[in-house]
Design a protein around this ligand. Structure first.
Ligand SMILES: [Zn+2]
Length: 342
């Protein structure tokens, strides 16, 4: 996958100010992760996913769009581990109900629920496979890819998510958008084959733990470089469309990229592998339904309908508090809006 011409597709480099505005990996990164994950699937799944590659790719960012419209969506994209102290992984129960018991739902929702959200969507996807519901298979596959992508961004695991607490304001976009913008052409993004995951909730935590371990270098390397770079060399202005925008300079970006030693690339590659492995696991857990049968009515109107539904979902006016779809397909009722009402 080397030599991918990614640059021309990357979007503007924005420095945003809140969780609501931050989009892990930028739109382009999320789409790339979902798209590449399809190529790691076994052949029994590949044909189906390949057929729907455009939907899975485009809707890799649907969950971020939903943040503006759906109550309780925002905390699904991150977890501020530092608010739980130095031993957050020791203190935080892995399973949602136990975590609610210990910290209350309000606290969990205030600081983000990403690891539990991954598990919910994985279960929803399993039920979608069980019910052979093509619409929901596509919807939850796209969403699962998104949340797993978020789980690979170190700044999605801290309250200091944009360097606002350490005088490094803008670092979120620097790591996840500016660096891929400049260097993703060099990335090798073939992740290998999808593997079955025995305990997906545990795996979600393992991913977050690994991602969080990279946070120190993300912050400290930038801080150290700032100390040795004159202010006028740290930033520059680049033309984006009709406007000039302040961006991290090429020199500063290159120095940071070098110091990180391939960290962004490794995180992206890991995201690709995990997305395909979670999809695969959901399919296996559902008894490996024959997906070729689901391609029979490929000329039907359902894709158009699904796209319309996705559109309606992000229109504010259309948010009646309707029950989460997973209720319909999940006999245990697992998968309700964890943080609705916040
Ligand atoms: Zn997100």
């Amino acid at each position: 996958m080397k030599g991918l011409k990614l640059k021309f597709l990357l979007l503007l480099f924005f420095v945003f100010s809140s969780h609501l505005d931050l989009k892990a990996w930028g739109f382009f990164g999320h789409k790339l992760i979902n798209r590449l994950a399809i190529f790691s699937l076994p052949k029994e799944m590949f044909t189906f996913y390949k057929y729907h590659i455009d939907f899975i790719t485009e809707n890799a960012v649907h969950a971020d769009k939903r943040r503006y419209a759906v109550d309780g969506e925002a905390p699904k994209h991150y977890i501020d581990l530092d608010v739980y102290g130095d031993s957050a992984f020791y203190h935080l129960p892995k399973y949602w109900d136990k975590a609610v018991e210990k910290y209350t739902k309000d606290t969990l929702c205030a600081y983000g629920i990403l690891p539990w959200q991954i598990q919910i969507v994985k279960r929803n996807l399993t039920f979608a496979f069980l019910n052979k519901n093509v619409k929901l298979i596509l919807k939850y596959s796209a969403d699962l890819g998104h949340y797993l992508g978020d789980a690979h961004v170190p700044l999605h695991t801290t309250e200091n998510y944009n360097g606002q607490k350490s005088n490094q304001y803008g670092i979120h976009g620097f790591w996840e958008s500016r660096l891929p913008e400049l260097y993703s052409e060099e990335y090798g993004l073939y992740a290998g084959k999808a593997i079955y995951i025995n305990d997906t909730q545990n795996q979600a935590w393992g991913i977050i733990k690994h991602t969080n371990a990279a946070l120190d270098s993300v912050l400290n390397f930038e801080k150290n470089l700032t100390l040795i770079f004159p202010e006028d060399k740290k930033y520059s202005f680049e033309q984006r469309g009709a406007v000039f925008m302040k961006v991290y300079s090429q020199e500063f970006s290159f120095a940071y990229h070098q110091m990180l030693g391939g960290q962004v690339e490794r995180q992206m590659m890991s995201a690709v592998k995990e997305v395909s492995s979670f999809w695969f696991t959901a399919w296996v857990d559902a008894g490996q339904p024959d997906l070729s049968l689901l391609l029979e009515n490929k000329n039907s109107e359902f894709l158009k309908e699904l796209e319309e539904e996705q559109k309606r979902e992000i229109e504010k006016e259309s948010i009646p508090s309707r029950p989460h779809e997973s209720y319909i397909y999940n006999p245990s009722g697992f998968g309700k809006f964890l943080c609705a009402g916040h």
